[in-house]
Design a binder for this molecule. Structure first.
Ligand code: F6P
Length: 548
């Protein structure tokens, strides 16, 4: 048995679970008229209502005991101090330094990282100002109108999500494009929309070895040079963001056109670094600073607030309650905001690439569940698609409902309908509908007898389905920064409880290695005898098809 499951708090929680698991939230609300007040919290402009969870007054203290017994306070300190908590890669984990707006020194190997961070931020600021103001000219002396970001995973999703989320703050002249897929269709369709004279390609890769990114970047470069007919013009249209200056130079991008970040920034935590260059190009330096400010507010709160009044800790520990005690292995992200339509995908990478682990820090296997499956969609679309399963299916899947209060639309009436749905869904998930209520409803519709009784079970909603409701005044750079940092820290806390390394991702390597071998085989190299028969036949099928 792992040390975690032997902790007194874990065992107390198991006992508490067996005593409280059948309690219905309806009854908990009825018993405590102040429940919503007791179980809600505000940080900066983010308001969290976590009252519609299957927790009682006893649950949270037990969960906080577990956090303490798992050593959470010390681990939070270690991260902020720049200790090398990414043990398998011997790296510090310092996305918090990137938004350390107080500039207090943070040391890695005895060196304060703040001056380098500020230096890159200044360079980014100067560059973005030049591009946005129209000072930076392309090879035919025209200002830039289109940014094509080429990167994948952490070098794509963060900037893509933030640029979509903050579109109303975007530069009116600038069109943003994101190419991540090595399927040529994405690049092809993007290149159809842009002109070589007015396009800036931002090649983003932490390692600068990622095959998908380098392939797309090479093709984009060829496309560009074929039009500009001048290799020297590349310098005005290609910039790189990486930790690997040598590989950038080898690729043919002048290191003067490279924006640096560091190995202590994890890919999926990197939007705050130079990887956020597309964000700054689109939103400007001030809005980028606001994004950092928002994250800093959450960082300060996470670092200093007591555990039981700490928003990331609360979300994380309530998550642990479901994952490890109820056995609910999935979690839904449902933003009621069209601008946040890529937020579920972003959180999916953040959480599942971080905590999708099966061994603890010492390499021994876990004997408990780790990261939930994260999925989701804009809430309103989800309602007309998969919410049926969430209401009446057999899985328990907690849901985060995210919305803004301010009516942003100039189209009257829309926002009220949207928000009515957020609140109604949370209520429906909590309350459900009893057989008696269903019966009364059907009777009012004129049904009776057997016809009525046959329908009743289909109309019953068990309810007691957990939701968190996260509200902010408006989706602006600052609040988005706080929201992202909230999830980053939530994921960190869960990783600490499970004693896993949230900051490596060795699980993606095997597929990459095999793809290299198979790539050569698809192009004619002898097929290895070591493949299984299924893989061999698939490769043969491809080769046969492409010979004909
Ligand atoms: O394959 C996974 C991964 O390593 C992610 O963690 C990373 O964000 C992405 O690939 C891209 O890597 P890079 O920025 O080095 O190109």
């Amino acid at each position: 048995m792992s040390a975690l499951t032997q902790l007194p708090a874990w065992q107390a929680l198991e006992q508490h679970y067996s005593l409280s698991r059948l309690k219905h939230m309806r009854d908990l609300f009825a018993a405590d008229p102040e429940r919503a007040e007791h179980f809600s919290l505000e940080v900066g402009d983010l308001f969290l209502d976590y009252s519609k969870n299957r927790i009682t007054e006893e649950t949270l203290p037990l969960l906080m005991d577990l956090a303490r017994q798992a050593g959470l306070p010390a681990r939070i300190k270690s991260m902020f101090k720049g200790e090398k908590i990414n043990t398998t890669e011997n790296r510090a984990v310092l996305h918090v330094a990137l938004r350390n707006r107080t500039n207090s020194p943070i040391l890695v190997d005895g060196v304060d990282v703040m001056p380098q961070i500020n230096n890159v931020l200044e360079r980014m600021g100067r560059f973005c100002h030049a591009v946005r103001s129209g000072e930076w000219l392309g090879y035919t002396n025209q200002p830039i109108t289109d940014i094509v970001n080429i990167g994948i995973g952490g070098s794509d999703l963060g900037s893509l999500m933030v640029c979509s989320a903050l579109k109303p703050y975007g530069h009116p002249r600038m069109n943003m494009h994101f190419v991540s897929n090595v399927d040529g269709a994405q690049l092809k369709e993007t290149l159809k929309k842009v002109h070589s004279e007015t396009t800036l390609f931002v090649i983003e890769s932490k390692t600068f070895t990622t095959q998908e990114t380098l392939t797309n970047a090479l093709t984009a470069r060829e496309w560009f040079v074929a039009r500009a007919r001048d290799e020297a013009a590349v310098a005005k249209h290609f910039v790189a963001v990486s930790t690997n200056m040598k590989a950038v130079a080898d690729f043919g991008i002048d290191p003067a056109n490279m924006f640096e970040f560091w190995d202590w920034v994890g890919g999926r935590y990197s939007l705050w670094s130079a990887i956020g260059l597309p964000i700054m190009l689109y939103l400007g330096e001030e809005n980028f600073a606001e994004l950092l400010n928002g994250a800093h507010i959450m960082d300060q709160h996470f670092r200093n607030a007591p555990l039981d009044a700490n928003m990331p800790v609360l979300l994380a520990m309530i998550g642990i309650w479901y994952i490890n005690f109820y056995g609910g292995g999935s979690h839904v992200i449902a933003p009621y905001d069209q601008y946040l339509h890529r937020f579920p995908a972003f959180i999916q990478q953040l959480d599942m690439e971080s905590n999708g682990k099966q061994v603890m820090l010492d390499g021994t296997a876990v004997d408990f569940e780790t990261a939930p499956i994260i999925w989701g969609e804009t809430g309103i679309n989800g309602q007309h698609a998969f919410f049926q399963l969430l209401h009446q299916g057999t899985h328990i899947s907690p849901i985060d409902l995210i919305a803004s209060l301010e009516r942003r639309s100039s189209l009257p009436g829309h926002h009220e309908i949207l928000l009515a749905n957020v609140f109604a869904q949370a209520e429906a998930f909590m309350r459900g509908k009893t057989a008696d209520e269903a019966r009364a409803e059907l009777t009012a519709q004129g049904l009776q007898g057997e016809a009525l009784e046959q329908l009743v079970p289909h109309k019953v909603f068990g309810g007691n389905r957990p939701t968190n409701t996260l509200l902010m005044s408006r989706l602006d750079p600052r609040n988005l920064g706080s929201l992202i940092a909230l999830y980053e820290h939530k994921i960190f806390v869960q990783g600490v409880i499970w004693n896993i390394n949230s900051f490596d991702q060795w699980g993606v390597e095997l597929g990459k290695q095999l793809a290299k071998t198979i790539h050569a085989e698809l192009s004619g190299k002898k097929i290895k005898a070591t493949h299984d028969s299924s893989t061999t036949r698939l490769i043969e099928r491809y080769r046969q098809y492409n010979q004909n």
